[in-house]
Design a protein around this ligand. Structure first.
Ligand SMILES: [Fe+2]
Ligand SMILES: [Fe+2]
Length: 327
């Protein structure tokens, strides 16, 4: 890969004069935390070491010196005065890492994003960001929890760390930086996708059922939960939307909810079949759409109002006498 690889001794000797004693302790703490996280998450320890050792190397410069570096490297100052002091060092340190230290682009990128984060952060970026936030010298409310989480779920730890920083900024009356908002949004999207994949992997393999079998299984489940006036209509001739319509009545809103939940749960558990969508049409009518079978759970008054049976009157009522056992 393009760029120079530094030994730790060589790099420490080169950057130590740029740090105050206090900040050097923080930097060594970041390096230690970064290496532990790299080992935990299988990141490149060499790159983590390089990025953490240089990440704050311009933090102690005066405003004038920072501005000089900005000018030299074409860094546009987008910050107000206070923000400039806190944030510009990430960009000037990255510029020096690339130019003077000839570091690899991925290392430079991690240095640049250590204060605010950015969209689509790499594993290295996240480890450097978190190391800075949770190294052993850091003591702020909640740091212990993030420290623990960083070894259990890196993205969750990122979410918690960026989230608490943004909350802190808002509490101080400041405006969260767009880069941090973008970082949080990307992390949260990744977490959502991870969890969705996990759910999908845990899904039971769907069993192939004909529309008629599907309808009968649904009727059996509803019957076992004492659905009232359970009917099924064969509507293939009437609509392309479904083959069967299942209609039932719940005796209370709780019973209605229980019927819909039980059908959804049992179909998923027994056959790995999920409704295409579920709709609480109203508090007195819930619809579960299994594509070839549409299930309607009504409260009595709603069932009369909507009168689906009459609407679908041309549909063939299915004889359910051999299935139904409940009163
Ligand atoms: Fe920093
Ligand atoms: Fe730092």
């Amino acid at each position: 890969m393009e760029g120079k690889t530094w030994s730790r001794e060589e790099l420490e000797a080169a950057v130590r004069p740029m740090y105050s004693d206090k900040r050097w302790n923080h930097t060594l703490g970041c390096c230690e935390m970064g290496l532990a996280l790299a080992e935990r998450w299988g990141a490149d320890g060499q790159m983590v070491m390089e990025a953490t050792l240089v990440h704050d190397m311009t933090r102690n410069l005066s405003d004038d010196d920072q501005l000089q570096l900005c000018k030299k490297y074409g860094i546009i100052n987008k910050y107000g005065k206070e923000e400039f002091r806190n944030l510009i060092h990430a960009e000037t340190a990255a510029a020096l890492a690339a130019d003077r230290f000839e570091m690899r682009p991925a290392v430079v990128q991690a240095v640049a994003s250590h204060t605010l984060g950015n969209g689509d952060m790499s594993l290295l970026d996240k480890i450097v960001y978190l190391s800075d936030a949770i190294e052993k010298g850091r003591a702020y409310p909640g740091v212990e929890a993030i420290r623990k989480l960083a070894f259990e779920n890196l993205d969750r730890a990122m979410q918690m760390s960026i989230g608490s920083t943004l909350r802190h900024i808002e509490e101080q009356g400041g405006t969260p930086h767009p880069a941090s908002l973008l970082a949080l949004e990307c992390i949260e999207r990744a977490l959502y996708e991870q969890e969705n994949n996990m759910n999908e992997n845990n899904r039971t393999q769907a069993v192939d059922l004909t529309p008629e079998q599907l309808m009968k299984e649904i009727v059996k489940i509803a019957d076992s939960r004492k659905a009232k006036d359970l009917r099924a209509l064969h509507v293939t001739e009437q609509t392309t939307l479904a083959d069967y319509l299942v209609i039932m009545t719940g005796t209370s809103t709780t019973h209605l909810r229980a019927l819909a939940d039980e059908v959804e749960f049992q179909m998923k558990e027994k056959f790995g079949i999920y409704p295409h969508h579920v709709e609480g049409v109203s508090s007195t009518w819930t619809l579960l759409d299994y594509t070839s079978v549409v299930v309607n759970v009504f409260m009595e008054e709603s069932r009369e109002t909507y009168d689906l049976e009459r609407k679908w009157g041309d549909g063939l009522p299915v004889d359910l006498s051999d299935i139904l056992i409940a009163e």
